[in-house]
Design a binder for this molecule. Sequence first.
Ligand SMILES: C[S@@+](CC[C@H](N)C(=O)[O-])C[C@H]1O[C@@H](n2cnc3c(N)ncnc32)[C@H](O)[C@@H]1O
Length: 401
Amino acid sequence: MSRNVMLKYPFKRIREGKVELLVPDPKAYTRPDGVYEPAWAPIFYNPRMVFNRDITVLFLYTISKHRNIELAVDSLSGSGVRGIRFVVEANSMEAIVNDRDPEACELMEENIRLNNVSEKVKVFCFDANLLHYLLPEIGLRADFIDIDPFGSPIPFIDSAVWATRSNGYIAVTATDTAALTGTYVNACLRKYHSRPLKVDCEKEVGLRILIASIVLRAASRDIAAEPVLAYYADYYYRIFFRITRGARRADKLIENLGYIKYDVETLERTLVKGYPIPRNTNNSGKNMYIGPLWTGSLGNIGLLDEIDKHIPELPWLQTASRIKLLIDRLKCEYNVNRVYYRLDRICSKIHKSMPKISELIECLRSKGYSACRSHFDPRGITTNAPLEEIISCINSLVQTF
Ligand SMILES: C[S@@+](CC[C@H](N)C(=O)[O-])C[C@H]1O[C@@H](n2cnc3c(N)ncnc32)[C@H](O)[C@@H]1O
């Protein structure tokens, strides 16, 4: 492969995790007002996504303690950072890095050389769907596929689940949160076949819609895609799915589809199983029906415990303390499995000033309920207490204003 790209643009050498990388020099693409967007550079590398990549490395490292990760595929790779990290840091025996942009492929080759992993990391320069369909044809199935696109991952799901071996995993990033959280209803209907609503728990609505949509796409091929780790951070969603084959397994997952019944007068919200969702979906009146969406737990608590346990074994992770905090929150949220309430919204509805979230959580726990801070929103709480009990706790903690 030619090495023209190295002469064409200015690059900068950086370190992420345990790897060295050449990435486009942000200085060359920074506006006079100091603003820099990674998409303005000729090849994409976003330093702000290191949290996303660190969690992925930790996830793969954890999984590799239980089974061989023979092949990990980084289907939309940009600089090659993920695939190289999978091999260097997460015990993946081999990785494929792929991008349809030939200049990105040249840079990936450079980065592979820089890290001495040419034996283990191979570059493909295809459309990601083409790559996914090619793999089984050449006798390869992936243990793990990472889908990290611009916007929605949906165009790559059908082929990715097809290319993944049974008991393998796929991970997806979605940055089109405006569609999923109800700003662009038609975009959500089009891409995710679900009706969102701009409500005070819209971040959870978006995540649950995205999961349901991927579960259904996989199910259409008799493949079960079960969410094992899902979260929201920095304006994107990230979900890891365990992939198994079999119509019955896929049917079982579909039993977790349903909707959120949202009462606009009281703000009460309830996850209800049932697919397809009720007909009264014109969303007028007291009750709104949001969905279809995933009503099951957002992930697997046993896996969170495992990931948590392994954090100290990867001391080079730059975002370890943030990962730890997220995992602690998710453990409680996955266990409670209720849609979060926003404390500021409840208080404004009942004309009370806001108590401290920690005090509210304490009050609910003292009444025997589970309660925790929501990772979706700093003003959010996740609890299995009914709304009346939340209000009763607020009343006991603060004065009327
Ligand atoms: C968000 S960037 C990937 C960032 C990278 N995963 C990381 O962590 O730094 C998306 C990449 O996908 C590539 N891309 C877009 N559409 C593609 C397609 N259909 N097939 C393969 N690559 C594609 C773009 O060239 C771009 O490099």
